[in-house]
Design a protein around this ligand. Structure first.
Ligand code: AMP
Length: 396
């Protein structure tokens, strides 16, 4: 069964309830200030489409942060409501809560076309996928739209359970459409050579994705703190670099597999005596006792750039070093530059690699930058996501 998209829905005179990912970063000192509005901006296409295609009312839903099932005004969606109103040129009414009786009244009034429900995660029932909570949300509307790609790997009431109440009336928005089209170019039949670059801090978080990717890629380039457990598993000294015993045994498992010839590891490093101290190049695989690896070295960059140059499809997840500190950012920036110069389909799989690409100023040169790190990795791993499956088939 195919996924139904919002442009296939008859919206005229309908009340639409739509789930977005407005989980934006807020200024720590002044929590009314949104420091990066990308997630809201990404939702505007779907919101504008719904509003200009005859919907009577639009109810918006999102989570923000982790208020642990309690009403905590540090996590109010108020700043989101204000920003949305300015972008839409319409009033956006923020409800007291998702179960506020006033919502039904608002739906009966002629004014107030756009209603934003207060943070879904003020209710523990959201993350526990509570059926009654999902039903309460569903009872507000005729049509359900999910465009929260970043939350589509969650089985929550607003992303999953709610689908039960919208048989043949559940649609995906344009953001999900774009994300799935891009991911299919990597998951389906990626054009070869297919190169994946995996970095970041923890092997255990990404073990499954590495094992999955090794089946389909031609080369897997490993960088960041991810590299040291692999080097250690090969019997090399990694000094004081981040490296847990658990990660070393996972790395051993991967290196013992018949696909391990596809793996490339750093051959040199930028290190430091302390976390983020003076940078010291180390021109060999092994890292001396007192040093920790914090970035890939120049020879590694060259080898990785050469692999990227040959590729037709490139997936990148996780930075090549402690890129937040400019002394250790060159490895990540050189990967961003190689991707920007490549003619391959380049997909940045979310999370910190997106920040690295943004910092490099080369974001516009990438084919696709995913808005959901966890969701995109899970899609690559499993070929589907609970929130997307539920839109297709409903839930039993
Ligand atoms: P992840 O969330 O697993 O993608 O990890 C991203 C984080 O790993 C970023 O904050 C990086 O600064 C950090 N990181 C990457 N390489 C290293 C390294 N060699 N040593 C310490 N932290 C690193």
């Amino acid at each position: 069964m195919a996924l139904n998209y919002i442009d296939q829905a008859d919206l005229s005179g309908k009340v639409v309830i739509a789930r977005f990912d407005f989980n934006v970063p807020l200024n720590k000192e002044d929590r009314s200030e949104i420091t990066d509005t990308t997630r809201i901006d990404n939702a505007l296409e779907t919101i504008n489409y719904i509003l200009s295609n005859g919907a009577k009312k639009l109810i918006l839903m999102s989570h923000l942060g982790r208020p642990q099932g309690e009403r905590n005004m540090d996590f109010t969606l108020e700043p989101v409501a204000t920003y949305l109103a300015s972008k839409l040129g319409e009033d956006v009414i923020l409800s007291e809560s998702c179960t506020d009786r006033g919502i039904k009244t608002l739906l009966g009034l002629n004014e107030s076309k756009v209603i934003l429900l207060e943070n879904l995660r003020f209710h523990a029932e959201e993350t526990s996928n509570d059926r009654d909570f999902a039903k309460t949300l569903a009872n507000y509307a005729d049509i359900y739209v999910n465009d929260a790609f970043g939350a589509a790997h969650r089985k929550h009431a607003s992303t999953y359970g709610i689908n039960e109440f919208f048989k043949n009336k559940a649609y995906a928005g344009f953001l999900i459409k774009n994300e799935l089209q891009a991911l299919e170019k990597v998951v389906g039949n990626a054009q070869k050579p297919f190169v994946a670059i995996v970095g970041g801090a923890k092997v255990s978080d990404k073990i499954k994705i590495i094992e999955k990717l090794l089946r389909s890629v031609d080369s897997l380039l490993i960088g960041g703190a991810m590299a040291y457990p692999f080097l250690k598993a090969k019997g090399l000294n990694v000094g004081k670099s981040l490296c847990t015993d658990e990660d070393v045994s996972l790395a051993k498992r991967i290196l013992n597999d018949k696909t391990s010839h596809k793996i490339m590891l750093p051959v040199d490093h930028i290190t430091s005596k302390d976390f983020g101290g003076m940078p010291e190049p180390v021109n060999q695989e092994e890292i001396p006792e007192d040093f920790m690896g914090l970035d890939i070295g120049p020879r590694t960059r060259e080898l990785y750039e050469a692999k990227i140059k040959e590729a037709k499809t490139v997936l990148w997840n996780g930075p090549m070093g402690l890129f937040e500190n400019k002394d250790f950012a060159e490895g990540s920036f050189s990967i961003a530059k190689a991707l920007a110069e490549s003619n391959a389909f380049t997909l940045i799989g979310g999370g910190d690699s997106v920040s690295a690409v943004n910092q490099s100023g080369l974001a516009s040169k990438m084919s696709h930058i995913s808005t959901g790190g966890g969701a995109s990795l899970e899609y690559i791993e499993n070929g589907s996501l609970p929130g997307i499956q539920a839109l297709k088939f409903g839930i039993n």
